[in-house]
Design a protein around this ligand. Structure first.
Ligand code: C5P
Length: 398
């Protein structure tokens, strides 16, 4: 099942570390290569010799081990793996990961890797329940880190509750699932997201209320199905997803250029709230009141329609082009007309009237308009809306 897969196994310092030795054996039985990394605390629980003997590999321990750097640097070590597994993931290791520390070999590898990371947390129940650990867990999950366990039960410290590391077969199964190829493997999907800022002068701009939440959730869902995602984002208020290529832009014209540069793609999804107009007479210096009471007059020019441009490309058009339509009235009729006018394959339409709380909120209620008609989806979290849309995109590209 895991033949030819290479797993970088980071063993943290907890009593559950002894189970990680068994994990090495089970993974090797399935055909995987396991490269163990021991943290300083991990070495207090299992010896480098036992990890090395079971893995039949060198054990990595020190960031500044020159021999290791000569043989294989830490960047390469973190990327040569198909999956990085942290077992046991202690409260301390989770905190380091959530905050981006890189002060020893394990945390540096976790920062440097471009591969998915699976953690098997193990700690005392109070430490697991502590708001700091729960905050870190939420941060890590938001970053796309996969989590298996912890289990509930009697603990080595004598307490009872969640905190025991998941059993080895459950960790092996989670590793198998993480390495399973998603339906979008080998596909490149472009996603635009967030608002654009159109300058009035060097300090002022015209913007809109888009948070970038739906585009970000969509990029995460596409990534989770195995796609390579190029994420072109305006100045959004939610951070961009991990594990995707992030291209930051400010204006609509910059977004258009970035989209052109990111093509070709198998599919392109335009979730950005692009300003329709830019200020044609934007001032080079900060505009000042002149004391006479006279008001500045802004002149507008139309921005390029990025979605329509890509949907109507004569050559190299992505196989599937999806637009969004944020409307405040007669949503379906407007969106259906927009699909035809822009030449895209699908439109994801939503009602962004102030009463709905959708713009900038956590939920969305969309209608998917395709060549076959309109499908109203129930009100769902933006993450769930994204998952469903990503699955539909995978189906269309299959
Ligand atoms: O025309 P309207 O702005 O309502 O169209 C919305 C759709 O078109 C969204 O998918 C948006 O990302 C895209 N769009 C674009 N470039 C523009 C305007 C809108 O890509 N200049």
């Amino acid at each position: 099942m895991l033949a030819d897969k290479r797993i970088l196994l980071i063993i943290g310092g907890g009593i559950a570390a002894f189970k990680s030795l068994d994990l090495i054996r089970r993974l090797r039985e399935q055909g995987a290569t396991v490269v163990p990394v021991l943290t300083k605390a991990g070495e207090e629980f299992v010896t480098p010799l036992s990890a090395s003997a079971l893995a039949a590999k060198k054990v990595y321990r020190e960031l500044f081990d020159l021999t290791d750097e000569a043989e294989m640097g830490h960047i390469e070590l973190s990327r040569a793996a198909d999956l990085v597994v942290v077992a046991p993931a202690t409260a301390d290791l989770m905190a380091k990961m959530a905050h981006g520390h890189a002060n020893d070999l394990a945390s540096t590898l976790l920062m440097a890797t471009d591969k998915r990371v699976l953690i098997a947390p193990a700690m005392n129940v109070r430490m697991w329940d502590h708001p700091a650990t729960q905050r870190n867990l939420a941060t890590l999950q938001g970053d796309g880190v996969l989590v298996v366990g912890p289990d509930e039960g009697a603990m080595a410290c004598g307490e009872f509750g969640p905190g025991r590391m998941a059993e080895v077969p459950a960790i092996v199964a989670a590793i198998g699932a993480a390495l399973a190829e998603g339906p979008l493997k080998g596909k490149h999907v472009l996603v635009t997201s967030g608002p654009t800022h159109e300058p009035i002068d060097p300090v002022r701009y015209i913007a809109n209320r888009s948070s970038g939440a739906q585009g970000t959730a969509l990029a995460e869902a596409l990534r989770d199905l195995g796609a390579r995602v190029s994420f072109v984002t305006g100045p959004a208020s939610v951070p961009p997803p991990a594990g995707v290529e992030v291209i930051r832009v400010e204006t609509a014209r910059e977004m258009a250029e970035a989209v052109k540069a990111a093509l070709p793609a198998d599919a392109a999804v335009f979730a950005a709230a692009v300003a329709d107009w830019r200020v044609a007479n934007a001032a080079g210096q900060k505009m000042k009141k002149d004391g006479t009471g006279s008001l500045p007059a802004l002149e507008f020019a139309e921005n390029p329609d990025i979605l329509a441009g890509v949907a109507q490309m004569a050559e190299g058009r992505p196989r599937l082009v999806v637009g969004f339509a944020a409307e405040t009235e007669t949503v379906e009729a407007h969106a259906t007309a927009k699909r035809l006018r822009k030449g895209c394959d699908w439109i994801v339409a939503n009602d962004v009237s102030p009463g709905t709380g959708i713009m900038g909120g956590a939920e969305n209620a969309v209608t998917l308009i395709t060549g076959d008609g309109a499908e109203a989806w129930p009100r769902l979290s933006k993450a769930e809306t994204a998952r469903r849309l990503a699955l539909r995109i995978a189906g269309a590209l299959a």
